[in-house]
Design a protein around this ligand. Structure first.
Ligand code: ATP
Ligand code: MG
Length: 230
C-alpha cells in the first residue's frame, strides 16, 4: 500500500487509567517526528506497553490527546488508523502454514517476488532457502522448527512487506547469540528506514540507534534525549 500519511505522532498531556483513579500514564507529552525512531525504556510497570497500545487505540485515553499528522486518532476509523501501523510484538506471531504465507500475512496481494525481496532485505532469504521446502516449508504455530532469531527475522520481513508508515516494536527480551543479534540489528535498520517508530527497547544496541530515547518511571517521563545526552 502507498503510505498516505507522514507519521508525525504527538502525545499531548496524555493521562490514561486502566482502572478509575489509578493512572498508568500521568500526563505524557512526547513526539515522534515523521521518519524518526523513539525508544521507550523504563522499569517494569512504568508504562511502555501502555504508550504503544494507545497509538493503535486499543484503549481510549482518559485525558489529553494523541494526534497523527495533527489529526486526533479518535477522529479517524480504527481501520484507517490501524492500516498505517505495523506491529511487531515480543512474542512473534507465527501461524501454521508455509513460510511464504507467514510473510505474506497482512499483504495477501503480494507476489512471490515481493515476498522474497522482503525476506532478502532483512537477510532471512538464506535460512529460508536452506530449509527443506524453502518458502513452501510448513511451520507450526509454536514455530518450533524456527529459532527465536529466525522468528524475529520473519516478523521483520512481514512488517517490511506490509510497508506501514508507523512501526511499533516491542523488542524480544530472549537472549540470542551474537551473530543473530547482529543480523537482527541490521534488519531492524532496514525496517526502520523511512518510518516513524516506537520501540520498547531492551537491547542496548537498539537504544543506541534510536533517534530519541524516552525514560519512563511510574507513568511519567523521567528523562529524554539521545544516547549521548543520557
Ligand atoms: P513491562 O516492562 O513489564 O512490560 P511496561 O512498562 O510495559 O512494563 P505497562 O504494561 O505499560 O508497563 O503497565 C503500566 C501500568 O499499568 C502498570 O502499573 C500495570 O500494572 C498497569 N496495567 C497494565 N496493563 C493493565 C491492564 N490490562 N489492566 C490494568 N492495569 C494494567
Ligand atoms: Mg510492557
Amino acid at each position: 500500500p502507498i503510505p498516505t500519511i507522514n507519521g508525525n505522532i504527538q502525545f499531548d498531556h496524555v493521562v490514561f487509567e486502566y482502572e478509575k483513579g489509578r493512572a498508568a500514564l500521568k500526563g505524557i507529552n512526547l513526539q515522534v517526528q515523521a521518519g524518526q525512531s523513539v525508544a521507550l525504556v523504563g522499569h517494569t510497570g512504568s508504562g511502555k506497553s501502555t504508550i504503544i497500545n494507545l497509538v493503535s487505540r486499543f484503549y481510549d485515553i482518559t485525558q489529553g490527546r494523541i494526534t497523527i499528522d495533527g489529526v486526533d486518532i479518535r477522529d479517524v476509523t480504527l481501520q484507517s488508523l490501524r492500516s498505517q501501523i505495523g506491529i511487531v510484538l515480543q512474542d512473534t506471531f507465527i501461524f501454521s502454514g508455509t513460510i511464504r504465507d507467514n510473510i505474506r500475512f497482512g499483504r495477501l496481494d503480494a507476489t512471490d517476488e515481493e515476498v522474497e525481496a522482503a525476506a532478502k532485505a532483512v537477510d532471512a532469504h538464506d535460512f529460508i532457502t536452506q530449509m527443506p521446502g524453502g518458502y513452501e516449508t510448513e511451520v507450526e504455530e509454536r514455530g518450533s522448527a524456527l529459532s527465536m532469531g529466525q522468528r524475529q527475522l520473519l516478523s521483520f520481513a512481514r512488517a517490511l512487506l506490509a510497508n506501514p508508515r508507523i512501526l511499533i516494536l516491542d523488542e524480544a527480551t530472549a537472549s540470542i547469540d551474537t551473530e543473530t543479534e547482529l543480523k537482527i540489528q541490521e534488519a531492524l535498520k532496514v525496517l526502520l528506514q523511512g518510518r516513524s517508530s516506537f520501540i520498547v527497547a531492551h537491547r542496548l544496541s537498539t537504544i543506541r540507534h534510536a533517534d530519541h530515547i524516552v525514560v519512563l518511571d511510574h507513568g511519567e517521563i523521567k528523562e529524554e534525549g539521545n544516547h549521548d545526552q543520557l
